[in-house]
Ligand binder design. Structure first.
Ligand code: C5P
Length: 285
Protein backbone atom coordinates (compact mmCIF):
# COMPACT_ATOMS: atom_id res chain seq x y z
CA UNK A 1 0.00 0.00 0.00
CA UNK A 2 1.08 3.55 -0.76
CA UNK A 3 0.21 6.62 1.32
CA UNK A 4 0.50 10.10 -0.18
CA UNK A 5 0.82 13.12 2.11
CA UNK A 6 1.18 16.76 1.16
CA UNK A 7 3.50 18.97 3.20
CA UNK A 8 2.45 22.60 2.69
CA UNK A 9 4.59 25.64 3.51
CA UNK A 10 3.67 27.54 6.65
CA UNK A 11 3.77 31.29 7.01
CA UNK A 12 3.92 33.47 10.10
CA UNK A 13 1.42 36.32 9.98
CA UNK A 14 2.60 37.29 13.43
CA UNK A 15 5.57 36.15 15.52
CA UNK A 16 6.15 37.63 18.96
CA UNK A 17 9.08 36.63 21.17
CA UNK A 18 7.91 37.10 24.77
CA UNK A 19 10.93 36.06 26.83
CA UNK A 20 13.82 33.61 27.09
CA UNK A 21 12.97 30.61 29.25
CA UNK A 22 15.19 28.85 31.75
CA UNK A 23 15.56 25.89 29.36
CA UNK A 24 17.12 28.24 26.75
CA UNK A 25 14.12 28.23 24.41
CA UNK A 26 12.01 31.31 23.77
CA UNK A 27 8.38 31.67 24.72
CA UNK A 28 6.51 32.66 21.56
CA UNK A 29 3.08 33.84 20.45
CA UNK A 30 2.41 33.30 16.77
CA UNK A 31 -0.35 33.29 14.20
CA UNK A 32 0.43 30.71 11.55
CA UNK A 33 -1.28 29.65 8.33
CA UNK A 34 -0.53 27.33 5.41
CA UNK A 35 -0.29 28.07 1.70
CA UNK A 36 -0.73 26.00 -1.46
CA UNK A 37 2.94 25.34 -2.11
CA UNK A 38 3.75 21.83 -0.94
CA UNK A 39 6.30 19.05 -0.83
CA UNK A 40 4.87 15.60 -1.46
CA UNK A 41 5.71 12.41 0.41
CA UNK A 42 4.87 8.89 -0.77
CA UNK A 43 5.24 6.32 2.02
CA UNK A 44 5.35 2.56 1.49
CA UNK A 45 5.87 -0.27 3.96
CA UNK A 46 8.93 -2.43 3.26
CA UNK A 47 9.73 -5.87 4.70
CA UNK A 48 13.17 -4.94 6.11
CA UNK A 49 13.47 -2.95 9.32
CA UNK A 50 14.84 0.19 7.62
CA UNK A 51 13.83 3.81 7.17
CA UNK A 52 14.80 4.73 3.62
CA UNK A 53 14.44 8.27 2.29
CA UNK A 54 14.74 9.03 -1.41
CA UNK A 55 14.49 12.60 -2.68
CA UNK A 56 14.96 14.66 -5.81
CA UNK A 57 16.84 17.28 -3.74
CA UNK A 58 20.50 16.29 -3.67
CA UNK A 59 21.37 18.70 -0.85
CA UNK A 60 19.20 17.09 1.82
CA UNK A 61 20.56 14.46 4.20
CA UNK A 62 18.69 11.15 3.91
CA UNK A 63 19.96 9.60 7.15
CA UNK A 64 18.84 10.26 10.74
CA UNK A 65 19.73 13.95 10.37
CA UNK A 66 16.58 14.26 8.26
CA UNK A 67 13.44 15.24 10.22
CA UNK A 68 11.42 12.65 8.29
CA UNK A 69 13.71 9.90 9.54
CA UNK A 70 13.41 11.13 13.12
CA UNK A 71 9.61 11.36 12.89
CA UNK A 72 9.25 7.77 11.64
CA UNK A 73 11.83 6.52 14.14
CA UNK A 74 10.00 8.00 17.13
CA UNK A 75 6.64 6.67 15.88
CA UNK A 76 8.26 3.23 15.51
CA UNK A 77 9.68 3.36 19.05
CA UNK A 78 6.38 4.60 20.51
CA UNK A 79 3.90 2.42 18.61
CA UNK A 80 6.15 -0.57 17.87
CA UNK A 81 5.34 -1.38 14.25
CA UNK A 82 7.67 -4.00 12.86
CA UNK A 83 7.95 -3.17 9.17
CA UNK A 84 10.27 -0.56 7.70
CA UNK A 85 9.23 2.46 5.65
CA UNK A 86 10.40 3.91 2.37
CA UNK A 87 9.67 7.58 1.76
CA UNK A 88 9.87 9.28 -1.61
CA UNK A 89 10.10 13.02 -1.07
CA UNK A 90 9.34 15.43 -3.91
CA UNK A 91 10.80 18.71 -2.73
CA UNK A 92 9.11 21.89 -3.96
CA UNK A 93 9.64 24.18 -0.96
CA UNK A 94 12.85 26.17 -0.56
CA UNK A 95 15.12 24.82 2.20
CA UNK A 96 16.10 26.86 5.31
CA UNK A 97 13.70 29.56 4.21
CA UNK A 98 11.47 30.28 7.23
CA UNK A 99 8.61 28.40 5.57
CA UNK A 100 8.82 25.30 7.77
CA UNK A 101 9.69 22.93 4.91
CA UNK A 102 11.58 20.42 7.05
CA UNK A 103 8.94 20.61 9.78
CA UNK A 104 6.09 20.15 7.34
CA UNK A 105 7.84 17.12 5.82
CA UNK A 106 8.23 15.65 9.32
CA UNK A 107 4.56 16.34 10.11
CA UNK A 108 3.56 14.60 6.88
CA UNK A 109 5.74 11.63 7.87
CA UNK A 110 3.98 11.44 11.29
CA UNK A 111 0.54 11.52 9.63
CA UNK A 112 1.69 9.13 6.90
CA UNK A 113 2.98 6.29 9.11
CA UNK A 114 -0.05 6.75 11.35
CA UNK A 115 -2.26 6.00 8.32
CA UNK A 116 0.07 3.39 6.79
CA UNK A 117 0.02 1.18 9.89
CA UNK A 118 -3.39 2.22 11.33
CA UNK A 119 -1.72 3.31 14.58
CA UNK A 120 -4.64 5.44 15.79
CA UNK A 121 -2.42 8.24 17.13
CA UNK A 122 -4.18 11.58 17.63
CA UNK A 123 -2.75 14.86 16.34
CA UNK A 124 -2.22 15.86 19.97
CA UNK A 125 -0.19 12.72 20.72
CA UNK A 126 1.95 13.15 17.62
CA UNK A 127 2.43 16.86 18.39
CA UNK A 128 3.85 15.95 21.82
CA UNK A 129 6.28 13.46 20.28
CA UNK A 130 7.37 15.95 17.63
CA UNK A 131 8.59 18.89 19.74
CA UNK A 132 12.15 17.56 20.34
CA UNK A 133 12.52 17.10 16.57
CA UNK A 134 11.38 20.62 15.67
CA UNK A 135 9.22 23.27 17.30
CA UNK A 136 7.26 24.07 14.10
CA UNK A 137 6.12 20.46 13.66
CA UNK A 138 3.09 20.67 16.03
CA UNK A 139 1.64 23.49 13.93
CA UNK A 140 2.37 21.59 10.69
CA UNK A 141 0.54 18.53 12.03
CA UNK A 142 -2.64 20.60 12.38
CA UNK A 143 -1.90 22.63 9.24
CA UNK A 144 -4.77 25.07 9.68
CA UNK A 145 -4.73 28.74 10.63
CA UNK A 146 -3.84 28.75 14.32
CA UNK A 147 -2.61 30.62 17.36
CA UNK A 148 0.62 28.90 18.38
CA UNK A 149 2.18 29.50 21.81
CA UNK A 150 4.77 28.04 24.19
CA UNK A 151 7.89 27.12 22.23
CA UNK A 152 5.60 26.21 19.35
CA UNK A 153 4.08 23.23 21.12
CA UNK A 154 0.62 24.65 21.93
CA UNK A 155 -1.60 24.89 18.87
CA UNK A 156 -5.07 26.44 19.04
CA UNK A 157 -6.79 26.29 15.65
CA UNK A 158 -8.84 29.40 14.83
CA UNK A 159 -12.48 28.92 13.91
CA UNK A 160 -11.90 30.62 10.53
CA UNK A 161 -9.08 30.35 7.98
CA UNK A 162 -7.05 33.49 7.28
CA UNK A 163 -8.98 35.71 4.83
CA UNK A 164 -8.41 34.65 1.22
CA UNK A 165 -5.72 36.56 -0.63
CA UNK A 166 -2.74 36.10 -2.93
CA UNK A 167 0.68 35.74 -1.43
CA UNK A 168 4.06 36.34 -3.02
CA UNK A 169 6.88 34.47 -1.30
CA UNK A 170 10.38 35.70 -2.01
CA UNK A 171 13.44 33.89 -0.70
CA UNK A 172 16.70 35.79 -1.06
CA UNK A 173 19.72 33.61 -1.88
CA UNK A 174 21.02 33.35 1.68
CA UNK A 175 20.63 30.80 4.46
CA UNK A 176 19.51 31.85 7.91
CA UNK A 177 20.21 29.60 10.89
CA UNK A 178 17.25 29.65 13.29
CA UNK A 179 19.34 28.62 16.35
CA UNK A 180 21.77 31.44 15.54
CA UNK A 181 19.02 34.05 15.29
CA UNK A 182 17.52 32.95 18.62
CA UNK A 183 20.96 32.93 20.27
CA UNK A 184 21.78 36.47 19.08
CA UNK A 185 18.56 38.42 19.73
CA UNK A 186 18.27 40.77 22.69
CA UNK A 187 14.71 40.14 23.82
CA UNK A 188 14.43 43.54 25.55
CA UNK A 189 15.05 45.45 22.35
CA UNK A 190 12.61 43.57 20.10
CA UNK A 191 9.39 44.93 18.64
CA UNK A 192 6.19 43.15 19.63
CA UNK A 193 3.42 42.68 17.07
CA UNK A 194 -0.13 42.68 18.40
CA UNK A 195 -0.92 38.97 18.06
CA UNK A 196 -4.36 39.30 19.64
CA UNK A 197 -5.33 41.93 17.05
CA UNK A 198 -4.35 39.55 14.23
CA UNK A 199 -6.28 36.76 15.95
CA UNK A 200 -9.46 38.84 16.23
CA UNK A 201 -9.12 40.22 12.70
CA UNK A 202 -9.04 36.65 11.35
CA UNK A 203 -11.95 35.54 13.51
CA UNK A 204 -13.88 38.56 12.14
CA UNK A 205 -12.64 37.78 8.60
CA UNK A 206 -11.41 41.38 8.39
CA UNK A 207 -8.55 41.41 5.85
CA UNK A 208 -7.83 45.16 6.16
CA UNK A 209 -7.58 44.93 9.95
CA UNK A 210 -5.39 41.81 9.73
CA UNK A 211 -2.79 43.31 7.39
CA UNK A 212 -2.32 46.34 9.61
CA UNK A 213 -1.02 44.16 12.44
CA UNK A 214 1.31 41.74 10.64
CA UNK A 215 4.68 41.69 12.37
CA UNK A 216 7.65 39.58 13.39
CA UNK A 217 9.91 40.17 16.41
CA UNK A 218 12.81 38.44 14.62
CA UNK A 219 12.64 40.67 11.54
CA UNK A 220 14.88 43.48 12.82
CA UNK A 221 17.76 41.15 13.73
CA UNK A 222 17.66 39.18 10.45
CA UNK A 223 17.38 42.43 8.47
CA UNK A 224 20.37 43.91 10.26
CA UNK A 225 22.56 40.89 9.44
CA UNK A 226 21.10 40.40 5.94
CA UNK A 227 20.06 43.80 4.48
CA UNK A 228 18.69 42.03 1.37
CA UNK A 229 15.70 40.95 3.49
CA UNK A 230 14.79 44.57 4.22
CA UNK A 231 15.40 45.45 0.59
CA UNK A 232 12.98 42.75 -0.58
CA UNK A 233 10.30 43.86 1.89
CA UNK A 234 10.64 47.50 0.80
CA UNK A 235 10.46 46.52 -2.87
CA UNK A 236 7.28 44.54 -2.26
CA UNK A 237 5.62 47.56 -0.66
CA UNK A 238 6.96 49.86 -3.37
CA UNK A 239 5.43 47.63 -6.06
CA UNK A 240 2.03 47.78 -4.40
CA UNK A 241 1.71 44.87 -1.97
CA UNK A 242 -1.01 45.45 0.65
CA UNK A 243 1.46 44.39 3.37
CA UNK A 244 4.72 42.48 3.73
CA UNK A 245 6.39 40.64 6.60
CA UNK A 246 9.26 38.18 7.11
CA UNK A 247 8.31 34.57 7.87
CA UNK A 248 9.86 32.70 10.84
CA UNK A 249 13.53 33.57 11.32
CA UNK A 250 13.73 34.37 7.60
CA UNK A 251 14.96 34.96 5.03
CA UNK A 252 11.67 34.52 3.11
CA UNK A 253 9.45 37.60 3.01
CA UNK A 254 5.77 37.34 2.16
CA UNK A 255 3.69 39.98 0.43
CA UNK A 256 -0.10 39.89 0.77
CA UNK A 257 -2.36 41.16 -2.01
CA UNK A 258 -6.13 40.98 -2.17
CA UNK A 259 -6.07 41.36 -5.96
CA UNK A 260 -4.43 38.74 -8.14
CA UNK A 261 -3.26 41.32 -10.71
CA UNK A 262 -1.41 43.18 -7.97
CA UNK A 263 0.25 39.99 -6.74
CA UNK A 264 1.35 39.10 -10.28
CA UNK A 265 2.86 42.57 -10.62
CA UNK A 266 4.74 42.24 -7.31
CA UNK A 267 5.96 38.72 -8.21
CA UNK A 268 7.19 39.80 -11.66
CA UNK A 269 8.91 42.87 -10.26
CA UNK A 270 10.68 40.85 -7.57
CA UNK A 271 11.92 38.27 -10.10
CA UNK A 272 14.38 40.95 -11.14
CA UNK A 273 16.00 40.80 -7.69
CA UNK A 274 15.62 37.20 -6.53
CA UNK A 275 15.55 33.76 -8.19
CA UNK A 276 13.09 32.18 -5.81
CA UNK A 277 9.71 33.87 -6.19
CA UNK A 278 6.44 31.97 -5.66
CA UNK A 279 2.89 33.19 -6.23
CA UNK A 280 0.60 31.18 -3.95
CA UNK A 281 -2.83 31.23 -2.31
CA UNK A 282 -3.90 30.67 1.24
CA UNK A 283 -5.23 27.19 1.98
CA UNK A 284 -8.86 27.50 2.92
CA UNK A 285 -8.47 26.01 6.40
O1 C5P B 1 12.36 24.75 15.59
P1 C5P B 1 13.64 24.15 15.99
O2 C5P B 1 13.43 23.15 17.08
O3 C5P B 1 14.42 23.60 14.85
O4 C5P B 1 14.47 25.33 16.61
C1 C5P B 1 15.85 25.50 16.41
C2 C5P B 1 16.47 26.25 17.56
O5 C5P B 1 15.88 27.56 17.68
C3 C5P B 1 16.30 25.61 18.92
O6 C5P B 1 17.26 24.63 19.14
C4 C5P B 1 16.46 26.81 19.84
O7 C5P B 1 17.82 27.12 19.99
C5 C5P B 1 15.81 27.93 19.05
N1 C5P B 1 14.42 28.14 19.46
C6 C5P B 1 14.15 28.92 20.56
N2 C5P B 1 12.85 29.10 20.96
C7 C5P B 1 11.84 28.54 20.27
C8 C5P B 1 12.09 27.77 19.13
C9 C5P B 1 13.40 27.58 18.74
O8 C5P B 1 15.05 29.46 21.21
N3 C5P B 1 10.59 28.74 20.68
Amino acid sequence: MEIIEKAPAKINLGLDVLYKRDDGYHELEMIMASVDLSDRLILTAIPTDDIIIKTDNGFLPVDRKNNIYQAIDIMKKTYGFTQGVEVNLKKNLPVAAGLGGGSSDAAAAFRGVNRLFNLGATLEEMAKLSVPIGTDIPYCLYGQTALVTGVGDRVTPLSHPMPQCWIVLVKPKISVSTPRVFSKIQVDSLSHPNIKAIYHAIENQDYQEMIQHLGNSLESYTMEVFPIVKYVKNKMLEFGADAAVMSGSGPTVLALCKKRSRAVHVANALKGFCDEVYLVRTLNR
